[in-house]
Design a protein around this ligand. Structure first.
Ligand code: PBG
Length: 329
C-alpha cells in the first residue's frame, strides 16, 4: 500500500501537524441574561447552569469570564411584564435597565466586547420581534424605526456590536444609517442573516419569558427547509453594511454556515442556540454523553463548517476546559 492515511494519525505530535482547524477562545462569545433587581441569580430551568442575573451579578460573571480569556459577550434582557407594550417603548427609554447595564459593564471593563440584541420581543406585549397590527400581522416598515431607536440607545450606552435578531427586511441598512447619523460609525453590526423559525429557541424564551402570545415567527424567520434563500439574505445584509453574517441555529444548519463561508467574504458567525446546548446538558446529566468531550467537538464542528465567531452558552465552560488542559488544541 502506497497510501496509508493512518500514518498521519500515528501520534499526538503528528496529529498536531495535520490538524486543520483549531478553536481559539477569541472565537467564542458568551450570552448572558440580564434581569432587574440586585443580588439575583435565578437558574433557567430548561438551560441548567445558566442564570438570569441582575446587573451586579452580570459584572461578576463578566469579570470571571475575562479572567478565563472570554472577551466577548451578548447580553439579553428579561423585562418585567408591566414594562412591555405594543411598540416596545421601554427598549429605547432613557436609562432603561438594559442600557444601564451595558454602560456599567463598559465602564468597569472597557476591554470587554459587548454585543446587544435588537428585536422587539423582550419588550413587546405581543412577544413578537416586530410590530403586530390590528389584524395580527407583523408590520415590517412600522418596526424599522423602533429597531433604529433601540440600536442608537445601545450604541450610546457603549455597545461595540449591534445584533439585529428580528429578521425584518431592510433593517441592517436602516440601523446602519441611524447609527452613522447619530455619530456611531464605529459601532459594528452583526446581522442575524439566516435565522430560522426553529424549535431550538425554547429555553431562551423561557429565560426571557418572551414567547409569542399568539402565532409563530414563520412570516419573518426562515423556513428550515431552505438553504438557497440564505444567499438572498446574505447578499442584502452585506449590501446594507453588515460587518458579520450570522447563521442561527448552528448545529442543525452547518450546511448554511458552510455555504455562506464559501460565497461571502465577510466573517461568518453562528449562534449555537439554547436548545442545542440544552440537549447536550440533558444527555450529560443522564450519563449518556461525556460533556467534556462532546462539547468541544460540537464547537469545533461549528468552526470547521466556517464560523469564525460562535455565540454559545458553553463559552465559559470551554475556557475552563482549556485552563485545565482538557481540550485537544
Ligand atoms: C429573539 C431572539 C431569540 C434568540 C435570540 N434572539 C429567540 C427567538 O427568535 O424567538 C434565541 C437564542 C437562543 O435560543 O439561544 N429576537
Amino acid at each position: 500500500m502506497l497510501h496509508r492515511p493512518r500514518r498521519n494519525r500515528k501520534s499526538k505530535a503528528v496529529r498536531g501537524h495535520v490538524r486543520e482547524h483549531r478553536l481559539h477562545l477569541d472565537h467564542l462569545m458568551q450570552p448572558l441574561f440580564l434581569v432587574g433587581g440586585s443580588g439575583v441569580k435565578d437558574e433557567v430551568a430548561s438551560l441548567p447552569g445558566n442564570f438570569r442575573l441582575s446587573q451586579d451579578n452580570i459584572l461578576r460573571e463578566v469579570e470571571s469570564c475575562l479572567k478565563l480569556g472570554i472577551n466577548s459577550f451578548v447580553i439579553f434582557p428579561a423585562i418585567a411584564e408591566a414594562l412591555k407594550d405594543k411598540t416596545a417603548t421601554y427598549s429605547y427609554a432613557e436609562g432603561n435597565m438594559y442600557v444601564q447595564c451595558l454602560r456599567a459593564v463598559k465602564e468597569r471593563f472597557p476591554e470587554a466586547c459587548l454585543m446587544t440584541d435588537v428585536a422587539m420581543d423582550p419588550y413587546s406585549s405581543d412577544g413578537h420581534d416586530g410590530y403586530v397590527n390590528e389584524s395580527g400581522e407583523i408590520e415590517n416598515d412600522r418596526t424599522l424605526p423602533i429597531l433604529c431607536k433601540m440600536a442608537v440607545a445601545q450604541a450610546q450606552a457603549g455597545a461595540d456590536i449591534i445584533g439585529p435578531s428580528d429578521m425584518m427586511d431592510g433593517r441592517v441598512g436602516e440601523i446602519r444609517m441611524a447609527l452613522d447619523a447619530a455619530g456611531y460609525s464605529n459601532v459594528s453590526i452583526m446581522s442575524y442573516t439566516a435565522k430560522y423559525a426553529s424549535a431550538f429557541y425554547g429555553p431562551f424564551r423561557d429565560a426571557l419569558d418572551s414567547a409569542p402570545k399568539a402565532g409563530d415567527k414563520k412570516t419573518y424567520q426562515m423556513d428550515p427547509a431552505n438553504q438557497r434563500e440564505a444567499l438572498i439574505e446574505a447578499e442584502l445584509d452585506a449590501a446594507e453594511g453588515a460587518d458579520y453574517l450570522m447563521v442561527k441555529p448552528a448545529l442543525p444548519y452547518l450546511d448554511v454556515i458552510h455555504l455562506l463561508h464559501q460565497t461571502h467574504d465577510l466573517p461568518i458567525a453562528a449562534y449555537n442556540v439554547s436548545g442545542e446546548c440544552a440537549m447536550l446538558i440533558a444527555a450529560a446529566r443522564n450519563g449518556w454523553l461525556d460533556f467534556e468531550k462532546a462539547m468541544p467537538e460540537m464547537l469545533l464542528s461549528i468552526h470547521r463548517a466556517g464560523a469564525q465567531v460562535i455565540l454559545t452558552y458553553f463559552a465559559k465552560a470551554y475556557a475552563e476546559l482549556v485552563q485545565n488542559n482538557h481540550v485537544n488544541r
